[in-house]
Ligand binder design. Sequence first.
Ligand code: IPM
Ligand code: MG
Length: 360
Amino acid sequence: MKICLLPGDGIGPEVVRQAVRVLEATAAKHAFSVETSEALIGGAAIDAKGEPLPQETIDACQASDSVLLGAVGGPKWDNVDRSIRPEVGLLGIRKAMGLFANLRPASLFPELAADCLLREDIRSKGLDVLVVRELTGGIYFGEPKGREVRDGERVAYNTMVYSESEIRRIAKVAFEAARKRRGRVCSVDKANVLDVSMLWREVVTETHKDYADVELSYLYVDNASMQLVRDPSQFDVLLTGNLFGDILSDEAAVITGSIGMLPSASLGAGRPGLYEPVHGSAPDIAGQNKANPLATILSAAMMLRHDFDMQDAAQNIERAVGETLAQGLRTGDLMRGQTGLKLASCSEMGDAVVANIAKN
Ligand code: IPM
Ligand code: MG
């Protein structure tokens, strides 16, 4: 399999390096082979090419079977023109590859239960949520958008717009995902206020007719964000537009106590998909071999599952990550002063996962 790596900025390169080692170990074990190439995105591309998403990066991604991304952005590029900010590279590659469905699973590893930010009586009910976020539409891309002076004052605006075909295709992804999980979808909107949300709710309801075996409910986004901390066990799949999913997926991630653990997949109509950790570039610890590589390693597992339909190999990686945690190894983000834990570097974490894969 040809995998295009987009290491990006900050801790991106170091976590991607560990995930590649894990993929190679998994390939050796499961009799497939991995060939990697690298391309520039984000700040790294701005520095080298003057733009966050060079055309050759898009071409390299499209010519590959799958794409693994680290992270983009950092204070170094805070003052570049907003049309070439590092984030523009990330939004651009999602759009260019047609990756309209973003899957962000947030669950609690039993070994990390003590890291969970929720009260014991809440977390003991369970936390295993999949956010299915629309990724190439909504207010992120809507037109018109811009900034101008009106009546002597600055005005800026964006447009939240969805067509029914955009809503229908992401709703299908959510219903299909729910069928493989616990069979429940909660669609999140602001239909008490926004016209775009009223259409969202209408089309989700229509699409649901083909998925009568899946239970569908709706929440307004403000309520959803509250329910997610009050009782996350009520949720299986959360279906959202681009902006609401951005916000709720960070919330779902952090209540597990460990945003450094959470992977994601961005999928289009076929291959290649793009896989990346939910966390960002963490510039404060970049280059120090301190970052937690497990979210990227788990993203590689999602890659094997979604782009290559290799369930066993994906499970092998997930099991190896669980074993590494059970062995007491923790990167700094997961050290909360519990006894019996060993502080590990980014590469030591990678070593341990590789060793656990080999012995599985
Ligand atoms: C994410 C990030 C991005 C987004 C940013 C970096 C553009 O927050 O992937 O959630 O808003 O989609
Ligand atoms: Mg975000």
